[in-house]
Design a protein around this ligand. Structure first.
Ligand code: CA
Length: 225
């Protein structure tokens, strides 16, 4: 699932974007200032940034010029400044795309998809462990070709575990992958998601199994039995 940082000081708009993109496969964190954006980027990995320009602690353009070397997540500028010169300035400052407010959520989603498809960006693929397959582009899991019906966090967990197949994944890494940094996580919540996913895999007769490594975390590997 792509992880998106929305740097936008209009709280209502930021939440609308986050709520609209959630069902389209994005996990969104919101930063209300450039300083908050820096803190979020330092704390976690993001696939893309949606950047407003008029922010309380500075201009997004200056921020982009100052801190957007190659290898940073690609940034889409989302602003009311719609003039030709503004758009050229934005792209020259290092933005990968530029969208003018007011905008349609569907167009924002399509532009983000296009941005993430570019070479050198996120690669979408089908990951496999035993007869479990996970299509990261469409977020569809299957066992021996039969689609599994997974809730959002179960799918996030499966994607994480299948990317790290054969390794023990520690609980903090799981919490980080399944929850935004501003969401509280109870210990039982992770246990519950793990046991639901494990039950669905078992019921489907998957040859990959989700093991508990007591006191450490979890491990997905192909059963050798
Ligand atoms: Ca603003």
């Amino acid at each position: 699932m792509a992880r998106l940082l929305i740097i936008e000081d209009n709280d209502r708009l930021a939440r609308l974007i986050a709520e609209g993109l959630g069902p389209r496969g994005y996990r969104c964190d919101i930063a209300a200032s450039l300083a908050d954006g820096d803190a979020a980027l330092a704390a976690g990995r993001f696939d893309a940034i949606v950047l407003d320009l008029g922010l309380p602690d500075g201009d997004g353009l200056d921020w982009l010029r100052a801190r957007h070397p190659a290898g940073e997540p690609p940034a889409l500028i989302l602003t009311a400044r719609g003039g030709l010169e503004d758009r050229i300035k934005g792209l020259d400052a290092g933005a990968d795309d530029y969208l003018v407010k007011p905008f349609a959520l569907d167009e924002l989603a399509a532009r983000l998809r296009a941005m993430l498809r570019r070479p050198g960006r996120r690669t979408e693929t089908v990951l496999r462990v035993g007869d479990i397959a996970y299509d990261t582009a469409n977020r569809v899991a299957s066992v021996a070709g039969r689609t599994l019906d997974l809730a959002r966090r179960e799918a996030d967990l499966l994607e994480l575990m299948i990317r790290k197949a054969g390794q023990v994944v520690r609980r903090p890494a799981i919490e980080d992958a399944l929850y935004r940094f501003d969401e509280a996580v109870t210990p039982n919540a992770i246990e519950a998601i793990v046991s639901r996913l494990r039950r669905k895999l078992d019921e489907a007769g998957a040859t990959g199994q989700l093991h508990t490594v007591r006191g450490v975390g979890y491990l997905l590997r192909e059963s050798t039995a």
